[in-house]
Design a protein. Structure first.
Length: 218
């Protein structure tokens, strides 16, 4: 079974799913990928992990993915397809490829934003039981197929009222704007440092590696 068929079968089980998946060859020459999705509600898809994880992101976060597509389309309409993307389109692409969503106590977010790794992962470690980290970016998921300590997510703070996936999807879709993303509202998180995600991080010296757990810029 091809990836396109498998993804479409999964989409059929979801009421009101906004797109279908089509083979990459259906993307016309000279038409931007995001423009094609916006105009046709069809997502060109290649066989391989990268596009497979992109399809899974659509299935899990359809409102967020649709909002990203709308924002991409607005940027294309405003400035066309340029050799160098502006800050908003750069941030949209970064979000789509490498974002993760964190629901956590404020003190954990503050430590992450400050790159206070000892506080985040050692002193406040018990608070991770109250946190939820969800991976969104399909390139991020693809990299984690072969886990390496330096793999880093761009974390977006999620403040949905509940932990329900549909509520989180709706909250993020509503919260996203080109202006907010262009301001780079991300915190950098080496994901294998998250308690419970990698056995080696049970030892506190795991976080002493400054090539991965970098100090904030002065």
């Amino acid at each position: 079974m091809s990836q396109v068929v498998a993804l479409n079968q999964a989409a059929l089980a979801l009421s009101g799913f906004p797109v279908c998946f089509v083979p990459q060859r259906e993307l016309p020459d000279g038409v931007a990928y995001e423009q094609h999705i916006f105009e046709t509600a069809c997502v060109p898809t290649r066989d391989g992990l990268h596009d497979f994880f992109n399809g899974l992101a659509w299935l899990q976060f359809p409102l967020t993915k649709r909002r990203l597509n709308q924002l991409h389309r607005a940027q294309i309409a405003e400035s066309g397809i340029q050799p160098v993307r502006g800050p908003a389109r750069d941030a949209l692409t970064l979000f789509d490829e490498n974002a993760a969503f964190l629901q956590a106590p404020g003190v954990l977010w503050d430590a992450l934003a400050a790159k206070d790794w000892r506080a985040l992962f050692v002193e406040l470690r018990p608070l991770w039981r109250q946190a939820r980290l969800l991976l969104f970016g399909h390139a991020l998921l693809e990299k984690l197929v072969a886990p390496r300590k330096p793999i880093t997510a761009h974390v977006y703070r999620a403040q949905a009222a509940s932990n329900a996936m549909a509520d989180l999807d709706a909250w993020i879709a509503q919260d996203l704007s080109a202006e907010k993303l262009a301001a780079k509202p991300f915190a950098h998180l080496p994901v294998l440092g998250v308690p419970g995600w990698w056995q080696a991080n049970e030892a506190s010296e795991f976080y002493a590696d400054r090539s991965v757990f970098r100090l904030p810029r002065s």
